[in-house]
Write a protein that binds this ligand. Structure first.
Ligand SMILES: CC(=O)N[C@@H](C)C(=O)N[C@@H](C)C(=O)N[C@@H](C)C(=O)O
Length: 708
């Protein structure tokens, strides 16, 4: 598979724009949305089969469908597509014998007792069907159907134990009742939910209609029992049935299938919850609390192959003045004792795998514009992390059973994604043949740095168009990342600087105060002071690149989404140095935001009254003189639409001149969420941003996208 062919064409007036052959994906938005995107990796228990998911544009070009591709872990054979259906496939996990379980919306045979549970339930568009692709060959066949779908499938590596998780309706005692209630609600068109706890929404969907339920069973595999596998949640063991909505997530299963580690939420006063780690015995169902502490939460657990150790992250609760800390927490199952690992390591790590002898732990952590893999030797006293990989952000990291190599998807802002094998001793990378090859971006990615007024180093990436030079300097676009506890270190299809580079801009991607990968002090510097150091760091980074010969001294433009949108709004109210500002899914009135965002209690320690009084962008509404493009999706529950509506109303109500000459625009998506994910809307998003930036720079009039 390659990206859509690059053909240099000029659009004639008569031609339907959709008929014009595709150009480069970094310049032609139709080619951009049609470019396949790498997803996550799955490895078989014996290490012989590595899969990667690939997201491709669907036939209507209004969504993406994912399929699984088979990779040769040795790197010899090319990638080949393993699953193919119009509806796509998602969840995937190997049984130890090699059978692959996956979910797919592909048409399943009619419901009969023969093939699945709950035969009284008519097939529906809300069905989730799990399929098995037998290792010995042959067609995939359905093994379970469930109205409402599945959350996860987690097989043990060296036994027949398999965990299934699915969302159950609160108040229903078992799977039968759950399925009946779902059917009733559907037929009566009931969508109402009753809440008695917090939170009630998450990113773009409602909570309250579901709680995670956990089931365990033994699946021998089709090769072993010479028959088809069947899973019926009514007939298998439900674990922690009394946990109700306290069961948070299923994090890991022991290789021998004897126990699993799950997150358990305990409701706390003032709407808080605290997640602890609980071990559940898959046979007896007994539970043991493995990690629990006031003022801290635990997650991302990994179990050592010998089953003696659990490592997770421990994140402390922030206060008004102290940001959270993230550390590794090592639990010795024999003694039940837990301790911090690599306490002095000033990074926020996340565990990914243990070596086969359980003596080395592999983790990833943001570091200085990368998110590399580190190895931590657990046998010595020091637990000193050793950086294994160089540039790039490594995700979906899996260890080969022999322990000699890790597999990962590596991305950076110079690379949309490669599949790599990492030597666990030398850290050497080998590229594996990937289902997707991407064309080179239309420029260079530079690592640049400057000093803030207080002497602190601020580093950034600068995406520079190929032709930029002292003779042809490029106009500058400042991009501000979200979070704010994050870093511009991994490729993003949503925030892709190369699309703007192809329009001639140089794009600056700074990591200001609050960014991850530079240590705790760097985060603390901006904590509760959003309009102070994070803002002045961004300005310092902008000043420094404006001095470069290849950068035009014209007024730059600025853009940011989410927290980056907060900062875009703050910039608008505190400087007139930008020609135009794009504010996507932005925080405008912090006083309102902290109570209406989906998870307000996360923000409350930092967004206290004092911080809100000092740093809410809406307080500087009178000072905004820069044209703004406001963009918001109505289904954004992280930064609710009220923030975008408030910003828009305040901008418009301050415009005293000719209404026809309002300098601002509002691009509103009634059915998009925080990210604007559908491909057709991504096109509208970029087209509108391009046109707005062009107009504020005086390069032409603002032109509506032809579909607006
Ligand atoms: C619970 C919570 O709010 N977590 C934050 C990481 C978060 O979602 N922040 C948003 C306001 C934000 O800035 N998100 C960024 C990562 C984005 O680009 O969506």
């Amino acid at each position: 598979m390659t990206t859509p062919e690059s053909v240099d064409t000029k659009q004639s007036d008569e031609q339907d724009p959709d008929e014009v052959p595709l150009g480069s994906p970094w310049a032609d938005l139709r080619a951009y949305i049609a470019t396949p995107r790498l997803g996550s990796l799955v490895l078989s228990a014996d290490g012989s089969t590595l899969l990667v998911s690939v997201n491709e544009l669907d036939h209507e070009q209004t969504g993406y469908r994912s399929s699984w591709w088979k990779l040769d872990p040795s790197g010899a054979a090319p990638a080949r597509r393993l699953t193919r259906s119009v509806e796509g496939e998602s969840l995937a996990a190997f049984l130890p014998g090699g059978d692959l379980i996956f979910s797919s919306g592909r048409p399943a045979p009619p419901v009969t007792k023969e093939y699945g549970p709950n035969p009284e339930i008519e097939p529906s568009d809300q069905d989730g069907v799990l399929w098995c692709l037998p290792v010995g060959g042959g067609e995939a066949y359905p093994i379970a159907r469930r109205f409402g779908g599945w959350e996860g499938v987690l097989p043990a590596r060296r036994s027949n134990s398999v965990l299934f998780s699915a969302a159950g309706f609160p108040g229903t005692a078992d799977e039968k009742q759950d399925q009946k209630l779902r059917k009733l609600r559907k037929s009566k068109k009931i969508s109402a939910l009753l809440h008695d706890s917090y939170p009630v929404r998450y990113w773009d969907h409602d909570l309250g209609g579901s709680e995670t339920r956990l089931y365990a069973t033994e699946l021998a595999g089709s090769e072993v029992d010479h028959g088809d596998l069947r899973v019926d949640l009514d007939k298998i063991t439900r674990l922690m049935p009394d946990a109700g909505r306290r069961l948070d997530d299923v994090q890991a299963i022991a290789e021998d299938g004897s126990f699993a580690v799950v997150g358990r939420k305990t409701p706390k006063p003032r709407g808080k919850t605290q997640v602890s780690l609980v071990e559940v015995d898959l046979v007896s169902g007994e539970t043991i609390v493995r990690a629990e502490a006031e003022g801290a939460e635990f997650g991302n657990a990994v179990i050592s192959p010998d089953g003696t150790l659990i490592v997770a992250i421990r994140e402390t609760e922030p206060t008004a003045t102290e940001p959270p800390t993230v550390r590794l927490w090592l639990i010795d199952r024999a003694t039940g004792e837990g301790r911090v690992l690599a306490e002095d390591w000033d990074r926020w790590p996340s565990p990914v795998a243990f070596s086969p002898d359980s003596r080395t732990l592999y983790v990833t952590a943001d570091e200085d514009g990368d998110s590399p893999i580190f190895a931590i030797d657990l046998s010595g006293q020091g637990a000193e992390p050793k950086r294994l990989t160089g540039d790039g952000a490594f995700s979906s990291v899996l260890l080969a059973p022999a322990g000699d190599r890790l597999y990962a998807v590596r991305t950076s802002y110079a690379d949309p994604g490669s599949i790599v094998a990492v030597d666990t001793v030398s850290g050497e990378l080998t590229d594996l043949p990937s289902p997707v090859t991407y064309p080179e971006p239309p420029g260079q990615l530079l690592d640049v740095e400057t000093r803030a007024a207080d002497g602190v180093r601020i580093r950034s990436y600068l995406a520079l168009p190929s032709g930029a030079s002292a003779e042809h300097p490029a106009p500058l676009a400042l991009w501000i990342h979200g979070g704010p506890l994050s870093s511009w270190n991994a490729w993003s299809w949503r925030w892709n600087p190369w699309l703007l580079v192809s329009q001639g801009y140089a794009v600056l991607l700074p990591d200001p105060a609050l960014s991850t990968g530079y240590g705790q002090d760097f985060i603390r510097r901006g904590w509760g002071r959003w309009g102070a150091e994070p803002f002045t760091d961004l300005m310092a980074a902008t000043d420094a690149v404006l001095e470069r010969d290849e950068i035009s001294s014209d007024k730059p433009v600025a853009m940011g989404g989410s927290f980056g949108g907060y900062m875009a709004n703050w910039v608008a109210g505190h400087t007139d140095r930008f020609a135009g500002i794009v504010s996507h899914a932005s925080l405008w009135n912090l006083d309102a935001f902290r109570y209406t965002t989906d998870f307000g209690v996360y923000w409350l320690p930092e967004l206290n009254d004092r911080m809100v009084a000092d740093y809410s962008p809406h307080r500087a509404a009178d000072d905004i003189r820069t044209p703004m493009l406001v963009i918001h999706g109505d289904k954004d529950y992280r930064v609710p639409i009220s923030e975008g509506l408030g910003l828009w109303a305040e901008l418009v109500s301050r415009h005293e001149g000719d209404p026809e000459e309002l300098p601002h625009k509002f691009l509103y998506f009634p059915d998009e969420n925080h990210w604007v994910l559908s491909p057709q809307h991504a096109i509208v998003w970029y087209e509108t941003v391009w046109s707005f930036l062009k107009s504020v720079r005086g390069d032409g009039n603002f032109e509506r996208s032809r579909v607006l």
